[in-house]
Design a protein around this ligand. Structure first.
Ligand code: URP
Ligand code: ZN
Ligand code: ZN
Length: 476
């Protein structure tokens, strides 16, 4: 048997094993693993390097409408280029519905934005903002059948927040169709109340963003989302968990036998609310929701990763430029943190941060790293075993890592559309040097070699993890 490519001499790691092994690739697939594989059109020398499944970042926002006068810093080209440099081979952005819009139309618009513009593979989650009978009765079930097998709901944000009644209806559709619900858990009314009070007291700088959504706001909504899911008997994923109390709600739900999954992100390991205290508008660089918390919250998020309470480590990449009135600087006439667009960039730094802080510093194993950044994303969102592993038959989506390389994260190293990284100055050990999607290098030895349009749209199966605890029981 001959191959298009053999990656030779590296150490392969999957979510379960680490072994010395060559990887044979033909027609974009992994077709052999072993020693002395024979001839290939190209031999890639991976001696001294790690050969890992490419990262899958299942929580990114790309080219999403973000309010009047605000423009997201990444389109599909810049976001997927940046992701590839960060060791990712696939991202899952959101196709976001706004009130009154047809979900099917929204999906078409996102396909038009992504078509021919991706360096790596993409698939879309949906965001349900308008839980009307037509959307829930017809559009959503049809889209789930068409491979859009997960959707996000918001418990906060103007124009996006769903009532408990709407959440229950959406969860019922998920149960009936086998889709997975992702929940942004923050209490909308509490945030509005606190925001009004802070503004009335003249507390308008970016640092008050954190004060407007303290931990109980997230904990209460997490508890409520879990309770609603329990009523419907439907699994849910609580996304971007920032602190111990919300994490404990997930653990408690699980101990009651519920399928409650959790995700955390680099900002909750590396940043705190102190980062929002920068002079003038500097703090706006760190405004995201939930906000970064404190040292104990960081420790809790590590524990959640180590103990499996969080199965996903995603970036929640939501990029806005800093020095730009269409980004983090307030538009004319707006004077408070309320108007700072929520979200920070991170698709390129997610993997080096977890590798360095997790694997290099001994907090998690290499196999746990692979699970948290790739395999679990594929399993959770209906992509496994085509994606998320190194196995015969899987897509040859591979990141080659130099585990010893030292870098300092800096905007000058980034390849996306923003003008800053919130992780500036963090020293890391371990760096993705090459990224291959379906057998073709997109980044090779730190240089872009992929072509625009080389990334495909991937339709997804329903996730095994989305099956209810009692599938045979009727919803009363
Ligand atoms: O602040 C954040 N996280 N912005 C992105 C949108 C979201 O809620 O995930
Ligand atoms: Zn969210
Ligand atoms: Zn997000």
């Amino acid at each position: 048997m001959s191959f298009d490519t053999i990656i030779r001499g590296g150490t392969v790691a999957t979510a379960s094993d680490t072994f010395a092994c060559d990887v044979g690739i033909r027609d974009g697939k992994i077709t052999a693993l072993g020693a002395d594989l024979g001839a290939a059109t190209e031999i890639v020398d991976a001696s001294g390097l790690l050969v890992l499944p490419g990262g899958i970042d299942s929580h990114v926002h790309i080219a999403q409408p973000s309010g009047p006068g605000i423009v997201m810093a990444d389109d599909f080209a810049s976001a997927t280029r940046s992701a590839a440099f960060g060791g990712n081979t696939m991202v899952l952005p959101f196709a976001m519905q706004q009130k009154g819009e047809s979900l099917r139309e929204v999906v078409k618009q996102y396909h038009a934005k992504a078509e021919g513009q991706c360096y790596i593979d993409v698939s879309f989650h949906l965001i349900i903002a308008d839980a009307s009978d037509a959307v829930l009765g017809q559009e959503l079930p049809a889209l789930v059948n068409d491979g859009y097998t997960s959707f996000k709901v918001f418990m906060t944000y103007e124009g996006l927040a769903l009532s408990d009644m709407e959440m229950l209806k959406v969860m019922t559709v998920a149960r009936e169709t086998g889709a997975l619900v992702m929940v942004h858990a923050e209490n909308y009314d509490a945030i509005r109340f606190l925001t009004d009070r802070l503004e009335q007291a003249g507390k308008t700088e970016p640092k008050y963003h954190a004060a407007s959504r303290p931990i109980p706001v997230e904990r209460e909504a997490t508890h409520r989302a879990i309770s609603l899911a329990e009523l419907i008997d439907v699994p849910i994923m609580i996304v971007h968990v920032s602190n111990r109390e919300a994490m404990e709600e997930i653990a408690r739900g699980r101990s009651r036998g519920l399928k409650i999954y959790g995700e955390t992100c680099p900002q909750y390991l590396m940043l705190t609310e102190k980062d929002l205290e920068g002079l003038n508008m500097e703090g706006a660089k760190y405004v995201c929701s939930p906000p970064p918390r404190d040292k104990d919250s960081q420790a809790a998020c590590w524990q959640g990763l180590q103990q499996g309470i969080f199965s996903l480590f995603s970036s929640d990449h939501c990029p806005f430029r800093y020095d730009d009135p269409q980004g983090k600087l307030l538009p004319k006439g707006k004077t408070s943190f309320r108007w700072v667009p929520n979200g920070i960039p991170g698709v390129e730094t997610r993997l080096p941060i977890l590798f360095s802080e997790g694997v290099s510093k001994g907090r998690i194993t290499l196999n746990e790293f692979v699970a948290l950044t790739s395999t679990n994303h594929a399993k959770t969102y209906g992509l496994y075993p085509k994606k998320g592993t190194i196995a015969v038959g899987a897509d040859a989506d591979i990141a080659i890592w130099d585990p010893k390389r030292k870098e300092t994260i800096s905007q000058s190293l980034m390849h996306g559309g923003t003008d800053y990284t919130p992780f500036e100055g963090i020293a890391v050990t371990g760096w993705p040097v090459s990224t291959m999607v379906r057998g073709k290098f997109v980044v090779r030895d730190g240089k872009l070699t992929g072509k625009l349009g080389g990334g495909d749209y991937i339709s997804r199966d329903k996730s095994e993890l989305a099956k209810p605890v009692h599938p045979e029981a009727r919803i009363s």
